[in-house]
Design a binder for this molecule. Structure first.
Ligand SMILES: [Zn+2]
Length: 59
């Protein structure tokens, strides 16, 4: 029964909105808290890095 109405963030990020940044042939995950993941050639891998970061900061 989560009440997320009106919140500006999505329930699954908890203040860690990660985005995928492309840099040349590489891409990496970047978070609103300043964290940056390692450069990856596969975007799916960068996405996994971001998800891992979000999960590790959730507590
Ligand atoms: Zn973060």
């Amino acid at each position: 029964m989560a009440h997320t109405e009106g919140l500006g963030i999505t329930p699954d990020t908890h203040g860690h909105p990660t985005v995928i940044v492309e840099q040349g042939r590489f891409c990496f995950a970047r978070c609103g808290c300043g964290w940056r993941g390692p450069a990856r050639r596969a975007r799916s891998q960068a996405r996994t890095d971001g998800a891992t970061h979000e999960g590790s900061t959730r507590g």
